[in-house]
Design a protein around this ligand. Structure first.
Ligand code: ADP
Ligand code: KDG
Length: 322
């Protein structure tokens, strides 16, 4: 069964379990995180195969990344251990109950040394997939990582594998101009383009959504990608590629603890429904549901649901299931 393949950097994550300045945290919790592998985990939990391509260092953090992904049954045959660079690190500070600050230690990391040859070594994983998912993070890591993404897209397009991109702009990695420059060559090849409201304006260099939508191509049957706009606690919308009108869905009401990772869980739900062969309204429904699951847990990916958990958000507060 063809599933999802993705590539990017997965880091060790150190997170403070309580709000407040990090320097006062008595201890930190160790986990992993990476937008692309978060999506792979979400799709895998929902029952489709998922593979991750990337580099980790020959260190404990690298071993942790591979161990966690394997434990989630994400295929890592295309992952490499780089003896010459460390695994990247992300430190997550819950500065206030409502504001999270993220600090990266990833310059020169193993993940940022991903290159086109790494992708060529995993060619079958890409050409045999049902969808290739990429993000705007990887091309900003380094020119070689940008080349790896371009190569993956080239292979996918030649094999008629649909390509999905989540803008995922991380300002610490580069500004709007660099983002546009690195993503521009990929845009004509996309079947699905995901982004937050601000990210789509940034990518399109537009000041309002209708202009951004027109520039990014989807509607009007112009052959552009299906454009999916993530609107946080206000839900999400799709501008279908066939020119049909925008479809909106409200968010699923939940007690939100941590918004980080919601976008990845949302994309995982959307692409799972795509792999299921479901129509656009169902893709959006499942995406809003999986996005809502993610915000209920203070970790980037661990709250993502399995298929048989999808009904849990309907339960009343205080429910105990025995
Ligand atoms: P990103 O993490 O990429 O910034 P969003 O914050 O927009 O993405 O979240 C992605 C999706 O997750 C939203 O479109 C929505 O469906 C769902 N979501 C996000 N925040 C909440 C929330 N507070 N309550 C319920 N659903 C949410
Ligand atoms: O989307 C959640 C991600 O921000 C996180 O898991 C780590 O990939 C990551 C990044 O670059 O911030």
């Amino acid at each position: 069964m063809p599933g999802l393949v993705t590539l990017g950097e997965t880091m060790a994550v150190l997170g403070s379990p309580r709000p407040g300045p990090l320097r006062h945290a008595p201890h930190l919790e160790l986990s992993i995180g990476g937008a692309e592998s978060n999506v792979a985990i979400g799709v895998r939990r929902l029952g489709h195969p998922a593979a991750w391509i990337g580099r980790v260092g020959a260190d404990e953090f690298g071993a942790l990344v591979l161990e966690r992904l394997r434990a989630e049954q994400v295929e890592v045959s295309g992952a490499l251990v780089d003896p010459d660079a460390p695994t990247g690190l992300l430190v997550k500070e819950q500065r206030t109950p409502d504001v999270t600050r993220v600090q990266y230690y990833r310059t020169g990391s193993a993940g940022s040394r991903l290159c086109p040859a790494d992708v060529d070594a995993a060619v079958g994983v890409i050409t045999g997939a049902g969808v290739l998912h990429i993000t705007g993070i990887t091309p900003l890591l380094s020119p070689s990582a940008a080349g790896a993404v371009a190569r993956a897209v080239e292979l996918a397009v030649a094999a008629e594998v649909p390509v999905s991109l989540d803008v995922n702009h991380r300002a610490a990695l580069g500004g709007a101009e660099l983002l546009r420059e690195r993503l521009a060559p990929l845009l004509p090849h996309l079947s699905h383009l995901f982004g937050g409201e601000e990210e789509l304006l940034l990518l399109a260099d537009a000041t309002d959504e209708p202009s951004a939508v027109a520039r990014l191509g989807g509607p009007g049957g112009s052959g552009g990608p299906e454009l999916v706009v993530k609107r946080g606690a206000r839900g999400a919308s799709v501008y279908p590629a066939d020119g049909n009108p925008e479809l909106h869905r409200a968010a699923v009401p939940v007690r939100a603890l941590d918004p980080v990772g919601a976008g990845d869980a949302f994309v995982a739900g959307y692409l799972t429904a795509l792999l299921d062969g479901a129509p656009v309204a169902e893709r959006l429904r499942l995406a809003c549901l999986t996005g809502a699951f993610a915000v209920t847990v203070p970790n980037d990916w661990s709250g993502q649901p399995t298929r048989d958990e999808l009904g849990l958000l309907d339960a009343e507060a205080g429910t105990t299931l025995r």
